[in-house]
Design a binder for this molecule. Structure first.
Ligand code: ADP
Ligand code: TRP
Length: 338
């Protein structure tokens, strides 16, 4: 189904990737990339800049995300893994696309509107604290997507609107310049209905501080698992696996037999939460044993990661240059001289 498609996604380096990100985003993107004709996976460091002013944090998170994708099996012979900021063409295309992007479209962006609504509620100036990086965020994202002629863009539900904006902007450009230069990307939405729960039972998220980093130190992992909130049912009381955070997490790491065993033990009142937590800890540890080795080796060698990211950027720039050349020609009647 995807064998003729170009798959692309960006991940903002604004935190250490957690188990929710792994199950809901990293693994599905690796899977889609392996089925696609080609894939682009980039760390969206330019998109982090409207909120993060600490370059060290951006760089640390960039390495963590890159090492995570590599450790979990992204095939870099097919997928270009790179830093968004390593592609000069994306800054250029973003500026060019501004001219075919309605301001009204940007006004409707959820991320911007959320800030305006908050300000209005407080009686502040609607645009208080809003920089142009936030306001024009979807235009840069459209440039990211259109530069590589992406067809399929796997994203979380919160980013669907931005991919739709990329379609609007592409359509507007192709119409104004009467050319079929830019692609019509389709969002592929990662289900949030099955969101991985966090330590407190709500959706695992950076914003709730209830997450388990994918490659947490063994001691920290143990502490996190032991902290998972449960009800106060005794070991011999029947429990509902489908509302248990422990069981929900377990399903993503254990074998089918192990999952069936925990389910029936819960239902029959034959397993306490303490034992279940130990089984979960064991399953996560086994599942991530090999990837962890790769992850740690890579993080200890940032120069190796830089090299892989630079190779990915070189691969990505082939398409980026081609698209920018066509767009510049259509808009300015000449190719860029650089
Ligand atoms: P966070 O909520 O921690 O800020 P993001 O919004 O940055 O996470 O999500 C990045 C990606 O990870 C998205 O594709 C999103 O769908 C996925 N994701 C995040 N949290 C979860 C979760 N708890 N379960 C499943 N997928 C998740
Ligand atoms: N805006 C996305 C997020 O916050 C990250 C991103 C940047 C992206 N550029 C993209 C995602 C292009 C998909 C395609 O999660």
């Amino acid at each position: 189904m995807y064998s003729e498609k170009t798959v692309l996604t960006g991940i903002k380096p604004t935190g250490t990737p957690h188990l929710g990100n792994m199950v809901g985003a990293v693994k599905p993107v690796i899977e889609l990339s392996s089925q696609a004709k080609r894939a682009y996976v980039f760390i969206a460091d330019l998109h982090a800049l409207n909120a993060v002013r600490d370059s060290k944090a951006i760089n640390r998170n960039t390495y963590e995300i890159a090492a995570t994708f590599l450790a979990l099996g992204l095939d870099t012979t097919k997928a270009a893994l790179f830093r968004q900021s390593d592609i000069p063409e994306v800054y250029a295309l973003s500026t060019l696309l501004m001219n075919v992007t309605g301001k009204g479209l940007m006004n409707r962006s959820h991320a911007y509107k959320a800030v305006v609504d908050r300000n209005t509620e407080k009686g502040d100036d609607p645009d208080a604290g809003v920089n142009m990086g936030l306001f024009t965020y979807p235009t840069l994202m459209a440039a990211d997507i259109l530069l590589y002629n992406a067809d399929v863009v796997p994203v979380g539900q919160d980013q669907k609107q931005h991919v739709e904006f990329a379609r609007d902007i592409s359509g507007s450009f192709n119409h104004i310049y009467n050319k079929q230069i830019l692609s019509m990307p389709e969002p592929v939405i990662q289900e949030t209905a099955n969101a991985i729960p966090g330590l407190d039972g709500r959706k695992m998220s950076k914003s709730y501080d209830n997450y388990i980093p994918i490659f947490a130190e063994p001691g920290q992992l143990k502490k996190s698992v032991m902290r998972i909130v449960t009800d106060s049912k005794l070991p011999n009381e029947p429990k509902d696996p489908d509302t248990s955070t422990i069981f929900q997490l377990y399903q993503n790491f254990a074998t089918a037999d192990q999952i069936a065993f925990m389910r029936s033990s819960f239902v029959k009142g034959k397993m306490g939460y303490g034992d279940a937590k130990n089984l979960l800890l064991e399953a996560i540890t086994v599942y991530l044993e090999k990837p962890r080795e790769t992850y740690e080796t890579l993080l200890a060698q940032p120069e190796k990661l830089d090299e892989i990211l630079a190779q990915g950027a070189a691969m990505a720039r082939i398409s980026a240059k081609r698209t920018l050349e066509k767009v510049t020609k259509a808009m300015l009647g000449r190719s860029p001289s650089y």
